[in-house]
Ligand binder design. Structure first.
Ligand SMILES: [Zn+2]
Length: 418
């Protein structure tokens, strides 16, 4: 009803008094709306679906950007400080949120921590290779690593034994197993090395004697990269071995989040609580229908596992839809390079199981998935874990629901469900 009045006033203003009054009317209209800040794209969609034209929703993560490395700008902090509601995934996805909320003088702010509403799953809970990486989480062990590194002998020893030192992966190639043992490395008779062919810039896999010192990988970055990378490193500590933040990939979780949004919007604007409830029911019906399709259509497939040439985002998909994923990057940091050893393992699994498709993620480099696919004679399929959309999709108005529909088709193809 208010909308009708506003439309009439707007029309009258346009006809009778020109532009200045139109502006005033729009400001009034805006002031009546609940101001909401969301971090990731699914939350943005949920808030807009529930709130309709009664809310003004802000998406912090710029379209096309990768959420794990996101840091808010001062202007983002200001937007949160002035908002009525702030909706985020939780500390494992937005470790920066805690300090901002603590430091904010906005006592009225309603905060939805989505991770508090659902059952959290451990990240890579199916992954038997996880242990070596999880250790890196502990600060004490970081310090120990640093001490080891001060010796600076591994590289020198490698060269002394006529090996080839591969800085990028902390590996010595071409030395014997005996020497590798002496140096405390892990020997692999046919490790695979991922090399960029300068003519095509494509990564090709080669079989080489590899002596790997991958446990030194983390502090290697600290020593050789600039300060910019240290921030990322700090962020790593929040991700490793903790809960998988990708809770929205279980479509039943999304319905819980939508319910909480209704509760908070109704608290802020009780007059329209009926509207929020109705909007939510309509949207939840879509989520529930898609959830059911995932369950049914992924229930009978030729393959047991899908392979991702990216990071480990799929614990909730595995748990809810009873399928299994394997990822090249064993932690939750999408910009990490997988080790050649890991690539070889994955390629072997793909070949053994006759896996025809390797998934790659929309917002990260396809290079790794392509390398594994070409080695295993497989094709690359694109999956969007949907924390965010590429800019062109966002501009086109692509929805979370439609992304998840596309993802279902991708999974069905990869698992050979049809
Ligand atoms: Zn992710």
């Amino acid at each position: 009803m208010k909308k009708t009045i506003i439309m009439v006033v707007l029309l009258a203003a346009l006809i009778l008094a020109g532009c200045s009054q139109t502006t005033n009317t729009q400001i009034e209209d805006k002031e009546m709306k609940i101001s909401v800040v969301t971090t990731l794209f699914p939350l943005y969609e949920f808030a807009r679906e529930v709130g309709g034209d009664k809310v003004d929703v802000n998406l912090l993560l710029p379209p096309g950007s990768e959420p794990h490395s996101f840091e808010p700008k001062p202007s983002d902090i200001k937007i949160i400080a002035e908002a009525d509601a702030f909706i985020y995934i939780g500390e494992m996805m937005e470790p920066w949120a805690h300090d901002i909320l603590e430091g904010s003088n906005n006592e009225e702010l309603q905060v939805i921590d989505a991770s508090s509403l659902v059952t959290l799953l451990e990240s890579d809970h199916h992954d038997e290779h996880h242990d070596d990486h999880e250790d890196e989480e502990h600060d004490e062990e970081h310090e120990e690593d640093d001490e080891h590194h001060d010796e600076h002998t591994v590289e020198e020893e490698c060269l002394e034994h006529e090996g080839t030192w591969v800085e990028e992966h902390e590996e010595c190639e071409g030395i014997s197993e005996e020497v590798c043992d002496e140096l405390g490395g892990e020997f692999n008779e046919c490790g695979s090395a991922c090399r960029n062919d300068p003519s095509t810039a494509i990564c090709t896999l080669q079989c080489v004697l590899v002596c790997s010192f991958e446990e030194h990988e983390e502090e290697h970055h600290d020593d050789h990269e600039d300060g910019e990378h240290e921030d990322e490193h700090e962020e790593d500590d929040h991700h490793h071995g903790e809960h998988d933040p990708h809770i929205w990939l279980d479509l039943s979780n999304d319905q819980e989040i939508v319910d909480e949004i209704v509760r908070v919007f109704s608290l802020l604007d009780s007059e329209n609580s009926k509207v929020y409830e109705e909007n939510a029911e309509a949207y939840k019906a879509k989520l529930a229908a898609l959830d059911q399709r995932y369950k049914t259509e992924l229930s009978e497939c030729e393959q047991d596992e899908f392979i991702v040439g990216g990071h480990n985002f799929f614990s909730y998909i595995e748990e809810r839809y009873e399928i299994e994923g394997i990822s090249a990057i064993e932690n939750l940091e999408p910009n990490t390079e997988p080790t050649p050893k890991r690539i070889k393992e994955i390629t072997d699994i793909a070949e053994e199981h006759g896996i025809k498709y390797i998934l790659t993620e929309v917002l990260i480099s396809k290079q790794m998935a392509e390398a594994i696919a070409s080695e295993a004679g497989a094709e690359v399929l694109t999956f969007n874990p949907a924390p965010n959309l590429p800019k062109e999709d966002f501009d086109k108005g692509v929805t979370f629901i439609s992304v998840m529909e596309d993802n279902l088709e991708t999974l069905k193809k990869a698992l050979e469900c049809e």
